[in-house]
Design a protein around this ligand. Structure first.
Ligand code: PLP
Length: 385
């Protein structure tokens, strides 16, 4: 079905940050499958681990203990400092699990708290619960009746958040950086204040790190920049490096509310996806990619700021690590098309923001190449767009 407006390109293979179309044309991939190809394309370790696992066992069901799942759960729990993990296949599913767990937690406390507060401009997925949680009307239109129990507040405004909180509030669900909504940053100070508010009230702090998690911001998780941790955390996108996997983590005392029969997922946490995720985490560590994200993210941001000095149409550069947005004074569609023609794949975050999501092992030379292509495509003034 025509649920995507597709670019006029058929990609057939890739290596590292480079992809090729069916006519043999090469592109520098600064989309990474929308923050999915953590290790770029065809990383030898990931390709080998996936192939080997396919020869051994793809799937067996959560009716059985799955060694790769146990290993991955232990690794993620240790990295995030949260005791329990539920596995699924996507970001929307991870958020659905998070919303269900928050409600069930309060139900088990015999409390009426059921409502989840999220931010305006947020994006949490396309299933009914996740799209209702999403703070953008454009994804909701035509899909009513929507499930009750969601309210939205402007990101970064503590007063608005306090006013929205009531006796029915179960949790606050936020992205550390809104990816789809325009690369909007929740400041560390704001997130810390939300944490304090949650500590004071018992309300659950839930972070959607589907886009920011797994090294994208230069730490394993976006919340690590703040010195605090959430009660519930969701991951997907980059976790499997291209193999579908999502995860919802929670502290032990909350996770007990998910007993047998309360939630489930046929494919979630199967041997293939867990082996892929274990390999991604292993390579991140082995190749020092968090440091690479910080270095290359810095290089990209300074390069963009240099372009901003020459091209006033670039209004603001923001982001963290390798999740960077450049807000322009015009629509970005034509610039994205120009870059694509010139061999650079970029995507928008809303109508006026160019989004940069290279793989986490991108090199300095590739960053410089992307900046040069972009420089050639930026209009000298607004009139020429
Ligand atoms: N949450 C965030 C922050 C996202 O960026 C996305 C996808 O863009 C989702 C959830 C939904 O993930 P999926 O498309 O895997 O369901």
């Amino acid at each position: 079905m025509k649920t995507y407006t597709r670019y006029p390109v058929r990609l057939v293979h890739g290596r590292g940050a480079r992809v090729w179309d069916d006519a043999g044309k090469a592109y520098l991939d600064f989309i990474s499958g929308i923050a999915v190809n953590t290790l770029g394309h065809a990383h030898p370790a990931l390709a080998q681990a996936v192939a080997e696992q396919a020869r051994t066992m793809l799937h067996c069901s959560n009716l059985f203990h799955i060694p790769a799942q146990e290993k991955l759960a232990e690794k993620l729990a240790c990295l995030a400092g949260l005791g329990r993990v539920f596995f699924c296949n996507s970001g929307a599913e991870a958020n659905e699990a998070a919303i269900k767990l928050a409600r069930k937690y309060w139900y088990d406390q015999r409390s009426p708290r059921r409502t989840i507060i999220t931010a305006s401009q947020s994006f949490h997925g396309r299933t009914l619960g996740a799209l209702t949680a999403t703070g953008q009307d454009k994804v909701k239109t035509g899909f009513d009746p929507l499930p009750p129990g969601f309210t939205h507040v402007p990101l970064g405004n503590m007063n608005a958040l306090k006013q929205a909180m009531g006796d029915d509030t179960a949790g606050i669900l936020l992205e550390p950086i809104q990816g789809e909504g325009g690369v909007n940053i929740a400041t560390d100070a704001y997130l810390r204040s939300v944490r304090t508010l949650c500590n004071d009230t018992g309300i659950l702090m839930m972070l959607d790190e589907v886009q920011t998690g797994v090294g994208r911001t230069g730490e394993m998780f976006g919340f690590e920049h703040t010195g605090m941790r959430p009660d519930i955390l969701t991951l997907a996108k980059g976790l499997g490096g291209g193999v579908p996997i999502g995860a919802m983590l929670a502290s032990e005392s909350i996770a007990v509310s998910f007993g047998p029969g309360t939630h489930g997922c046929t494919f979630g946490g199967n041997p293939l996806s867990c082996t892929a995720a274990l390999t991604v985490l292993d390579v991140l560590e082995r190749e020092g990619l968090l440091e690479n994200v910080r270095v290359q993210g810095g290089r990209l941001q300074s390069g963009l700021k240099e372009l901003q000095r020459v091209y006033p149409i670039m209004r603001e550069i923001r982001g963290r690590g390798l999740l960077i947005g450049a807000e322009l004074g015009c629509c970005v569609d034509k610039i994205i098309a120009c870059c694509r023609e010139a061999g650079l794949l970029l995507l928008p975050a809303g109508p006026k923001v160019l989004r940069f999501l290279p793989p986490l092992n991108v090199t300095s030379a590739e960053i410089d190449e992307a900046l040069a292509v972009l420089g050639d495509c930026l209009p000298a003034d607004q009139a020429s767009v």
